[in-house]
Structure formats: structure tokens, C-alpha cells
Design a binder for this molecule. Structure first.
Ligand code: IMP
Length: 446
């Protein structure tokens, strides 16, 4: 087997790009299964930095087959911008990138409606990336979507676009007081995109299932994070896709019986972009994260990320709903100069103790964090390569987090370079039986 799903265990931006890149070395296929060009995976290779929005990070390791699965929504303009940027930097893209024929396509009206809906919401806006993600998924579940395969059939595409644009122009003109969009312009632009996409488009579920039967190794590369999941996230401050491990199956056409391990990527503290409650958010006077040095700007929108202490309720929720069997802890080095470190172990809300992450956003917004304080290690960890060489207090921090979240921390990242990584266990080694959540104890409390 092994096929491994890697997902973010917080609000996205956990540093998944680097861990994906690390694990990709030993797999044959890398699969994106949800989201779109709202994602931004940053990978540093030597002096080069790559930011991937849509194409699986495996593309940086030439010999891997990269698949954009059916659960993804594709903006052809971003896709080709990304392909052109990568090829101009010497990355090979020929036959190693495949796009599922049923991916839904993002159109100009989706991007426009995304922005107009946010404006209409005013202070209750979600803070979307403006990439048209939610309107495209709305069309998908509203039986209106246009898929890659439709772009390849002139008559089908013409008819679907006609129906869509009729409805979208009614919205644009009557609800948003906006100019209507022009059919011919979109039709010719997207027909041309379809032709350029043609060589990449195929039935990837057949290819993937054949590969699984041939014992190939597959890495499913999640985008965003658990708390942005449309089912299990801090709704409505979420994204429109299934960012949790289950999305790997529905977004790729791979049955759950093939999934061997779920790896959760966890940042050593908490960040989020966009609106919505963030109980452990630092007050401005206590915010020690240097956005520039610590790279806490959104890779897609350039927005400054909101930062706070590690929230164990959030990650324990993620371990639960994803079945995380191993965690990769990132950005431990950002805490190197922090004398006292807090971990949120429960909340107080309306005089009551809350021990598990609440599904009500109204309750979450009233929650006050209850902290456990630990001594920092006050030394540079960025050159440490073996777990036992970490300062004692850093190891105590890692072990306490592991205990609180209920999953073993098998990888610790101490910098953005590939080499700045402590690997405690080879996660992609052959296993006899699947490894699922809660292996390190840390029972779920109610
Ligand atoms: P959308 O995905 O553009 O619709 O945005 C919905 C929410 O998800 C907003 O709060 C975004 O900031 C957030 N979001 C979307 N993609 C990412 C990501 O890759 N990292 C972090 N937050 C994201």
C-alpha cells in the first residue's frame, strides 16, 4: 500500500507545503483533492522558493505523477499562470500532471460574485480569498456547474454556459446592481482554456486505483485546514470544501479502505486569516510573532495572519474528525525566544468550563482560553536535527502537546529549509495495519 493523507489540523497555513515536500520523496503519486487556487503551499528548495496554489507540490520532484482530483475547483487562468511560472523556473511539466475530467471550473462570474457577496455582508463578511471558491462549489451542489469535460465539447459547453450566464446575469444586475457579463467573451476565452487543458484531462480515478493495486505509494495533499472544513470547521467562517481526511476519498475516487495513515500538520502556535473567532489570539501588546521574519503573511492574499497560543481543543478536534495517526509539528523555532509559553487546555464560557471544541460559533466567540504555562527554552533550535538534541523544555513542550492532542508527534520542523527537520519515525514505511487516531492516549473529554 501505503497511501497517506496529509491535512492541516488548524485553520490552514500550518506549513503543509514543506511536510508534503518531505514525504513526497518516497511516494509515486501526489494528489490534490479539494479547494482551488485559494491555497498557497510554500516550498523552499535551496535558494528557490515556490508558492503552489493548485498544482500538487510533488511537481517539484520531477519523477512523481501529480493529480488534481475531482474534488478540486480549477481556475484555468491560475492553472496556466502556475504552469508557466514553474516551467520558467525549470520545473518539468509534461505528462506528470493530470487533471480529473470532472473538476468544476471557476468562471469570471464566480470570482465576481465572491467579491460582491462579501461586500454585501459588510462587517459579517467571511474574509474569503476572492478566488470564486464558494460560488463554484455552490454551482456544483446546485447542479449548475461546468466541468473540465464539458469544456471539451463545444455544444455541451455552449448550452451550459448559456444557462449559467442567464442566471448569473440576473443576480449581477438585479441583486448587485452590476453590469452583466458577455457570453461571447467568456465562451471564446474558456474554449481556448479547454483546448489548452485537453492534454492534461483524463479519468484519474482509474489511474489511481490501478496504481493502488500495483502497490504504488500515494500521498493525498490536503489544502487549508480542519477548522476551515465545510462540515467540521468553525462554520460559517470556513471554506467550501472538505478539508478533512474524508475529502481525500470523495475528492479523488479512492475508497476509504485504501487509506493507511492520516498525518496532521500542526503549527506550534495558532494562526488564521480571514474573519471568525480565535480564542487564543494574542492581544496586540503580547504578540511576539514577527510577521515578516516568521513568514506569517498569507501565501495567496498577502494578508497578515492573526496569531495566538496553541489551542489544544482545536487540534484534539482535528485528531478526532480526521483520525490523525501521526502529527508533524511545524515552526517550533518561532518560539525559541519566548520565556513563558501558554497552551490553551480548556475554555471558560458563561461561567462554565468547556473541554472540547464547541460546534457553535456563537459559543466559541464568547470562550475565554484557560492556559497552562510552560517555561520556554530560550535557545536556537533551527540547527537541531535529532529529537534528543532539542533543549529539554522544547521536548517537554512537544510531549505535552502530543499528550493533549492525543496523537504522537513524529516530525518536528525547525525552519523552512528541507533540511531543518527532525524525523522521529519514517511515516511512509510499510505498515501491516492502518494507524488511526488517539494512539498516544489523550482521551476525548466531554
Ligand atoms: P475562500 O476559500 O476563499 O472562500 O475563503 C474562506 C475562508 O477560508 C477565509 O477565511 C479564507 O481566509 C480562508 N482560507 C481559504 N484558503 C486558505 C488557505 O489556504 N489558508 C488559510 N486560510 C484560507
Amino acid at each position: 500500500m501505503p497511501s497517506t493523507v496529509l491535512i492541516g489540523a488548524q485553520w490552514g497555513d500550518e506549513g503543509k507545503g514543506k511536510i508534503i515536500d518531505l514525504l513526497t520523496e518516497s511516494v509515486d503519486f501526489v494528489v490534490r483533492m479539494q479547494g482551488g487556487s485559494n491555497a498557497g503551499h510554500t516550498v523552499r528548495v535551496g535558494d528557490d522558493e515556490f508558492i503552489l496554489h493548485l498544482i500538487p507540490s510533488g511537481i517539484l520532484r520531477g519523477s512523481k505523477t501529480c493529480i488534481i482530483g475531482n474534488g478540486v475547483v480549477v481556475d484555468p487562468q491560475s492553472l496556466f499562470e502556475e504552469i508557466d511560472t514553474l516551467t520558467s523556473k525549470g520545473v518539468r511539466i509534461d505528462g506528470n500532471l493530470l487533471i480529473n475530467e470532472t473538476v468544476h471550473i471557476i468562471f469570471p462570474y464566480h470570482k465576481l460574485l465572491d467579491v460582491l457577496r462579501e461586500e454585501l455582508k459588510g462587517s459579517s463578511k467571511i474574509g474569503t480569498t476572492g478566488r470564486g471558491i464558494s460560488p463554484t462549489y455552490m454551482d456544483k451542489v446546485g447542479y449548475m456547474g461546468i466541468r473540465a469535460i464539458d469544456l471539451l465539447d463545444e455544444d455541451v459547453f455552449r448550452e451550459k454556459l448559456r444557462i449559467n450566464l442567464h442566471e448569473k446575469n440576473l443576480f449581477l444586475t438585479r441583486v448587485y446592481d452590476h453590469e452583466p457579463l458577455d457570453f461571447d467573451e467568456i465562451y471564446s476565452q474558456y474554449s481556448a482554456y479547454g483546448e489548452r487543458m485537453r492534454p492534461y484531462i483524463c479519468n484519474t480515478e482509474i489511474i489511481l486505483n490501478r496504481a493502488l493495486k500495483e502497490d504504488k505509494k500515494i500521498l493525498f495533499e490536503g489544502a487549508q485546514g480542519t477548522l476551515l472544513d465545510v462540515n467540521f470547521g468553525s462554520y460559517p467562517y470556513v471554506t467550501a470544501s472538505s478539508t478533512t481526511a474524508g475529502g481525500a476519498c470523495t475528492g479523488s475516487g479512492t475508497g476509504p479502505t485504501w487509506i493507511d495513515l492520516v498525518v496532521g500538520v500542526v503549527k506550534a502556535y495558532t494562526t488564521r486569516v480571514g474573519s471568525g473567532p480565535l480564542p487564543t489570539e494574542f492581544p496586540p501588546e503580547a504578540d511576539f510573532v514577527d510577521r515578516k521574519r516568521d513568514r506569517e503573511y498569507g501565501a495567496t492574499t498577502g494578508r497578515s495572519r492573526r496569531c495566538g497560543w496553541f489551542d489544544a481543543l482545536v487540534v484534539r478536534h482535528a485528531v478526532r474528525v480526521n483520525g490523525i495517526g501521526a502529527a508533524a509539528l511545524t515552526k517550533l523555532d518561532v518560539l525559541d525566544n519566548t520565556p513563558k509559553i501558554n497552551i490553551c487546555t480548556s475554555y471558560q464560557c458563561d461561567g462554565q468550563a468547556i473541554k472540547e471544541f464547541p460546534n457553535s460559533t456563537a459559543i466559541l466567540s464568547r470562550c475565554q482560553p484557560v492556559y497552562e504555562e510552560m517555561d520556554g527554552w530560550m535557545s536556537d533550535t533551527s540547527n537541531v536535527r535529532r529529537y534528543e538534541d532539542l533543549p529539554e523544555n522544547a521536548r517537554k513542550y512537544v510531549e505535552r502537546l502530543s499528550e493533549l492532542i492525543g496523537a504522537p508527534i513524529e516530525i518536528v520542523s525547525v525552519g523552512s529549509e528541507r533540511s531543518q527537520t527532525i524525523v522521529r519515525r519514517d511515516l511512509l514505511q510499510k505498515r501491516n495495519s492502518p494507524t488511526r487516531g488517539n494512539v498516544a492516549g489523550g482521551s476525548f473529554q466531554q
